[in-house]
Design a binder for this molecule. Structure first.
Ligand SMILES: Nc1ncnc2c1ncn2[C@@H]1O[C@H](COP(=O)(O)OP(=O)(O)OP(=O)(O)O)[C@@H](O)[C@H]1O
Ligand SMILES: [Mg+2]
Length: 226
């Protein structure tokens, strides 16, 4: 009697927005600002992040960011990120979209494609297949690629971290982070209808203004002109 409603694409009344980019690009900052702006319009908004976003996925996050999965290689790492993503989608994202909420997520499937796919030299076939069985029809409506030079992002992330130890990905060398930036730009260029590259070197409020303009035009179009 109380079985959960199956959630399919047709049941998706909400909107799904993701933020991608390298370390320290400003993703978490901009997620917070966008959630504030959407909430101020009276829209139900759910802020979440990956890896994580559900209790089981948060447990997997700890292992992933501690580097416990890295020795198994990029294919295994991509699969554990994807396992966490399946739970996050089932427990949090799909139900929120079904009831009409805006879901704003700090990193999502493009991070797997960039970090494990491009940087880990996994084939497109592998990543495409993984994305298909993990995410399927639940790809984001809109993805912001926050673009900053690798040096600047790492410097910001280092300043924020203070004395805490670097995580598994921050510990990679500068060349890794340069390639990562290219990988995100490449994904955006291949998916122009979904992705917008944002110059994230500017002050946070200027970045947020660009993002809000895109959200209004692409997702709130009818309301904005009403
Ligand atoms: N546009 C900006 N200009 C200058 N500093 C910024 C900007 N946006 C964020 N910052 C600062 O840079 C640091 C990193 O920002 P934030 O945590 O939002 O980045 P992130 O992309 O989420 O990083 P990570 O990948 O490490 O989670 C923070 O100290 C934040 O205050
Ligand atoms: Mg962050």
């Amino acid at each position: 009697m109380n079985a959960p409603m199956p959630v399919s694409k047709s049941a998706r009344a909400g909107r799904f927005i993701t933020f991608e980019g390298g370390e320290g690009a400003g993703k978490s900052t901009q997620v917070r600002k966008l959630v504030e702006a959407l909430s101020a319009r009276g829209l139900e908004t759910v802020a979440t992040r990956e890896p994580g976003g559900s209790p089981n996925a948060e447990e997997l996050r700890k292992a992933l960011l501690a580097g416990l999965v890295a020795p198994l290689g990029p294919a295994a790492e991509a699969m554990i990120f994807s396992a966490a993503r399946i739970d996050h989608l089932d427990i949090l994202i799909k139900p929120a979209l079904a009831r009409g909420a805006f879901v704003v997520c700090d990193r999502f499937a493009d991070s797997t494609r960039a970090y494990q796919g491009a940087l880990g030299s996994l084939s497109d076939e592998f990543i495409d297949g993984l994305e298909r069985v993990t995410v399927g029809d639940n790809m984001p409506d809109l993805t912001f690629m926050l673009d900053v030079p690798a040096e600047e992002g790492l410097a910001r992330a280092g300043k924020r971290r203070g004395d805490e130890a670097v995580d598994r990905f921050e510990a990679e060398n500068i060349d890794f982070h340069r390639k990562l930036r290219e990988a995100f730009r490449d994904i955006a260029e291949r998916n122009p209808q979904r992705c917008v590259i944002i110059d994230a070197t500017r002050p946070p409020d200027d970045v947020a203004a660009d993002i809000w303009r895109e959200v209004e035009t692409r997702l709130l179009g009818q309301e904005a002109s009403a």
